[in-house]
Design a protein around this ligand. Structure first.
Ligand code: ZN
Length: 254
């Protein structure tokens, strides 16, 4: 060390996300995914008048050990719809693909592409699809398949010659998605202030009552869990509570 100046410790600061958009579509693998990383952010944006819809690739039917998938499916869909309602989201679509065994493939892209063409969003939000959550905790296969397919499906949606049957059926090509945002990503460099909407985010996670109970995590407290993450993120943004996102620009040459 040649002088007394110490290098700043800790993770680098986060840049505020843009909020000059009107419509977002959130595409995730499972009911509960949004609530573990982004529901408070969604609550903030819907309170600003933004229009946000959810698209669940599966119904999370393999997520409750004590319940057979056909029983869990209806329960988890109902919990997700209520959870979404609490943060101002009134449209929840379930694509019905099989929970736990999703594959990245053209069929997955086709279905997500159709959702993008239907909703015509400015921003598409998905979950972390990196290999880990940072550190050694491995990500789950469905999350990785969905996130990668979202990036490609957003591109597909803008090209009328890809999945052209959708276009001839009346779903126009949509090239208006500016960015894809992945919450929970270890590569996040952006964040949003969720201090005012934090409680709604907690309520949204608590709405997954049967699922949380089925996890069997001893003493799991949704508020405590979300607060730990939000506080650390908030410190990097300079606010009490924050939610971080990795931003993928969808235009060419950016
Ligand atoms: Zn999940």
């Amino acid at each position: 060390m040649s002088n007394g100046k110490k290098k700043q410790q800790g993770p680098p600061p986060l840049t505020p996300l843009s909020e000059d958009w009107d419509r977002a579509l959130c595409v995730v693998a499972h009911p509960d995914d949004m609530e573990f990383g982004a529901a408070a952010a969604v609550a903030r944006w819907t309170s600003q008048g933004k229009d946000i819809a959810y698209c669940m690739v599966t119904s999370g039917e393999a997520g409750i050990d004590a319940l057979a998938p056909y029983q869990a499916k209806a329960l988890r869909e109902a919990e997700q719809i209520e959870s979404a309602r609490l943060v101002g989201v009134h449209e929840v679509q379930f694509l019905g693909l099989p929970d736990g065994v999703l594959e990245y493939n053209v069929e997955l892209r086709r279905l997500i592409c159709k959702a993008v063409r239907t909703h015509e969003p400015d921003i598409v939000i998905t979950g972390n699809f990196r290999d880990t959550w940072g550190g050694k905790n491995l990500n789950q296969a469905d999350h990785i398949a969905v996130g990668r397919a979202v990036l490609d499906a957003v591109r597909d949606a803008g090209n009328r010659w890809i999945f052209n049957d959708q276009v001839t059926a009346g779903f126009g090509a949509w090239d208006g998605v500016r960015e894809v945002w992945a919450f929970g990503s270890p590569g996040a460099e952006h964040a949003v202030d969720i201090t005012d909407s934090f409680d709604l985010g907690v309520a949204s996670l608590q709405a997954h009552e049967a699922y949380i109970e089925g996890l069997g995590w001893e003493n799991f407290d949704p508020r405590e869990f979300l607060e730990g993450i939000a506080r650390v993120t908030g410190q990097r943004l300079g606010v009490p509570f924050g939610a971080a996102f990795e931003v993928f620009p969808m235009g060419w040459g950016e």
